[in-house]
Structures are given as C-alpha cells and as structure tokens.
Design a protein around this ligand. Structure first.
Ligand code: PGA
Length: 250
C-alpha cells in the first residue's frame, strides 16, 4: 500500500501575519505541484497565509477550534468560521491543548466531529507521556485516545492522525524509527479493527522533534505517512529540506 507523504507544519504561537506571509512567499519556490504540504499558522494569520499560498500546493489549516458551531464562548473560534476562511484541516487534541488547556478525549472527539460537519479534515493528535511509557501504558493510551477521539467518526477516510509521543515534542528527543513504526502499526491495527480496510489508506503522521537529520529514516518506515513538525517548520530552510526528503521517498 503506498500512501502519499504529508508534511505538516504547526507554528504554535509563533509568527505574526507579516512573518507568515513572508515565510510562504519564500517557501513557494521550493514546492512542486504533487507535494502534500500543510501549514497551521495562528488564527490571525490564516487569511494572509491563504492569500500567499494561492497558486501553490500549500494547504492552510488551523491549530484548534471550539466544538460548538457558535455561542457565548469568549475568545473561541468555530469550525464554520474556519471553513469560511478556507481552512482545509484543523489540529484536534494536540498535546499542548490536552495538558495546558485541559482538553480531554471527549472534548477532542466533539472537536473532530465539529470539524467534519464543516467539511474540514481533523488532524487528530495522540500520544503518551514519558510517565505513561515508563509505566508500560503507551499502547493502552494510544488505543484509548483513538477509540474515544474517533467515537463520532463514521468515515475514517475524512480523518488524518498524528502520533506524537509527548516526551518527544519540542524536546529534541525523537522516537527511534523502530519505536515510532511500532506505535503506528499498532494504531493502524486498532483502526482496522474498528473501521476495516479503510485504515490502510489512512495518513498516519509522526510528530515530535522531526528535523532534517532524522526525517529520512522516520519517513522511510512503512506505517509513517508523513510528519507533523513544530520547531523545524519555523525556518524555510529546514521545512523545505524535509519536504524535499519526503518527495524523494514518495
Ligand atoms: P516539535 O513539535 O517538532 O517542535 O517537536 C511537534 C508538534 O508539537 O506538533
């Protein structure tokens, strides 16, 4: 089964509107029409990013959403609002949202559902903490986060998943390709049991300190279908290099 590789950047709370637009202008010459490259800037930069990404294969997404379509939720942004801006994907359940903003699996499941209802691809992030891994719970956590996070999903083909071990995010400590492959194979197996053969077409990205120096070996693993990249997506040079590596493997 050959699945296209997706390289997705998560800019977190970095880059102003101007910086976002400049980055994309500089990235565009490095892109080729068949590349699957996604970028999630801050909410405020989405429209500028969309404008700059015109006539390029770059897809613009968001880093979060509220699970309701509208309401008295000060400071929040909904799926229909994102859709109107032309957003094509949205991160759901990033570990920083889970820990810093106390999002639980049920809330994340509703966010996934809300994204789908607006025709936006949810990019569901899952992964264990160091303590959970040390206690031997990594696989159970992964299975649980997938089970609950996808509990409202009927058609898995509309979803993308990122396995991001929390201990590898922003720490420079990457999972070995073997460990990542094992987790991805397990995740795919869980999904096969629940959704059937469509799980073999699912894009399952790896995230956690992906950089130029480790992208080749991670992306070469059979169940790793791309990368969700934080730090290394902030510099055109490193992001473009990872895109080039993915192109060489695809
Ligand atoms: P990192 O972040 O690449 O900086 O580890 C990944 C992420 O948070 O998605």
């Amino acid at each position: 089964m050959t699945r296209p590789l997706t390289i997705a950047g998560n800019w977190k709370m970095y880059k102003t509107r101007k910086e976002a637009a400049l980055f994309i202008e500089e990235l565009k010459p490095h892109l080729q029409s068949k590349d699957r490259v996604w970028l999630a800037p801050s909410y405020l930069s989405i429209s500028d990013a969309m404008q700059s990404a015109k006539d390029s294969p770059l897809q613009i997404g968001a880093q979060n959403l509220h699970d309701e379509a509208e309401g008295a939720f000060t400071g929040e942004v909904s799926a229909p609002m994102l859709k109107e801006c032309g957003v094509s994907f949205v991160l759901c359940g990033h570990s920083e949202r889970r820990t810093l903003f106390r999002e639980d699996d049920q809330m994340i499941a509703r966010k996934v559902q809300s994204a789908l209802q607006s025709g936006i691809t949810p990019l569901l992030c899952v992964g264990e903490t160091q303590e959970q891994r040390d206690r031997g719970e990594a696989h159970d956590i992964l299975a649980k986060q997938l089970e609950i996070g996808l509990s409202h999903v009927k058609d898995l083909s509309q979803v993308v998943i990122a396995y991001e071990p929390v201990w590898a995010i922003g720490t420079g400590k990457t999972a070995t390709p073997e460990l990542a492959q094992e987790a991805h194979a397990l995740a795919r197996q869980c999904l096969r049991e629940k959704f059937g053969a469509v799980a073999d077409q699912l894009s399952l990205l790896y995230g956690g300190s992906v950089k130029e120096s480790n992208a080749q070996e991670l992306l070469s693993e059979p169940d790793i279908d791309g990368a969700l990249i934080g730090g290394a997506s902030l510099k055109v040079e490193s992001f473009a290099k990872i895109i080039e590596i993915a192109r060489g493997i695809s």
